[in-house]
Ligand binder design. Structure first.
Ligand code: TRP
Length: 384
């Protein structure tokens, strides 16, 4: 549903022409900071290891990340908050940010709230509750198949956790007027009133811990850059309620297979879905994945390929644990020692291997699903 006022990025619409070159500009326009080498090194040093999402510049922008790191150093700690609007089958582009979040949780051994915004999809995508509860369950299982810490992970489903969310969202909403909502989100007079209220709901998990514990605990939100408008509003409002501004760490999108924009749930050939069979993965990669290679094998041997724009390479570098191997492949591909067909075959296999592992883990998770669901008591306990 286009917002109809020529914006490139809103939480509900991302322009198809969005390319690698646009992200820095958009982050600057939003007023976010860029993660430079010093900040990245400091984060990785405190995390006790490097991460490809940082090294490859996928998580590239932030707000007040340095304050989170200060709180790590001075022992105050922090917690993580991220989320998902459950709208359909999940693809790799949806899952990757959760892989990064899992790394953060493991590295810092911290609590994590995952908000499932079924209400958002009801309001913005005209989905019905019946269908949403089905999608919600499936999406949660997909997310949990990555292996989050059951003691420290809290899944908050908007439509089921109304009593926790509503009271607090109302507090936020008193400080947001229609003029601001229109300016920040691009809403029109014809948009339903639920949309105007929704950002208040999405802001709650960013101060929920502080509110429940009665003392301020810093919150770090990993999210794709399109969500920044929400948290920019939160940052304006929270100090008025006596809470810390949330910090954030922001990513680019995984582009569509064909390059540019982002993977989309509505176009099956734009991305790799978690339930794609190895045959389908292979076919999609071979047939559709944008290649940084040359037109002929001969030219490629001679001039080499451009790994940076190559869809398959860009996925590979994020899911391969052996980063030394990634560097070798990059070199071979760049210099023409490796051809596009060889690269694609290897990457398709690697993706299918990752998907098979997730599927296995997903089946185990069906049993333990409920343990992850939010309750106020469990959240408070996990901070004791
Ligand atoms: N609005 C997000 C979406 O449509 C879901 C979401 C809720 C979220 N809270 C979040 C995403 C916090 C990142 C961080 O997918």
């Amino acid at each position: 549903m286009p917002l109809n006022d020529n914006r490139e990025v809103t939480p509900w619409e991302v322009s198809e022409s969005l390319g690698e070159g646009d992200y820095l500009r958009i982050a600057r326009e939003f007023g976010a900071g860029i993660i430079d080498n010093d900040l990245r090194n400091r984060l990785e040093r405190l995390a006790g290891g490097t991460n490809p999402f940082l090294d490859q510049g996928v998580f590239f922008a932030h707000r007040d990340l340095d304050l989170v790191l200060n709180d790590v150093e001075n022992g105050n700690g922090f917690y993580l908050y991220t989320g998902r609007g459950p709208s359909g089958k999940m693809h790799l582009g949806h899952l990757l940010p959760f892989m990064f979040t899992r790394w953060l949780q493991k590295s810092f051994d911290v609590n994590l709230i995952i908000q499932i915004t079924d209400d958002e999809k009801y309001l913005f995508r005209d989905l019905e509750w019946k269908e949403l509860s089905e999608v919600t369950r499936n999406n949660i299982l997909d997310i949990l198949s990555l292996g989050f810490d059951p003691q420290k992970t809290h899944i908050l489903i908007d439509s089921l956790n109304g009593s926790t969310l509503y009271r607090r969202a109302v507090e936020v909403s008193r400080h947001i007027n229609v003029t601001l909502s229109k300016a920040v989100f691009g809403f029109q007079d014809s948009d339903n009133v639920g949309k105007y209220f929704f950002t208040s709901i999405q802001s709650v998990p960013a101060f929920l811990v502080s509110s429940l514990l009665g003392r301020n605990v810093r919150c770090l939100i990993p999210h794709a850059i399109d969500q920044d408008p929400h948290f920019k509003v939160s940052r304006d409002v929270f100090p008025k309620l006596g809470y810390l501004k949330p910090s954030s760490i922001m990513s680019k999108f995984l582009p569509s297979l064909k390059g540019g924009g982002k993977m989309s749930s509505s176009d099956p050939n734009s991305g790799i879905f978690l339930d794609d069979s190895p045959q389908v993965v292979r076919k999609k990669i071979m047939k559709y994945a944008f290649s940084g290679g040359r037109d002929t094998a001969e030219e490629q041997r001679k001039y080499g390929a451009n790994p940076d724009v190559d869809f398959s390479f860009n996925v590979y570098r994020l899911i391969e644990e052996d980063q030394a191997k990634v560097s070798r492949i990059r070199e071979d591909y760049r210099t023409g020692a490796m051809l596009s067909g060889e690269l694609k075959t290897m990457v398709a296999e690697k993706i299918s291997q990752v998907l098979a592992q997730l599927k296995e883990k997903r089946e185990e998770t069906v049993e333990s699903y409920e343990e992850f669901l939010f309750s106020e008591e469990r959240l408070i306990d996990s901070f004791q």
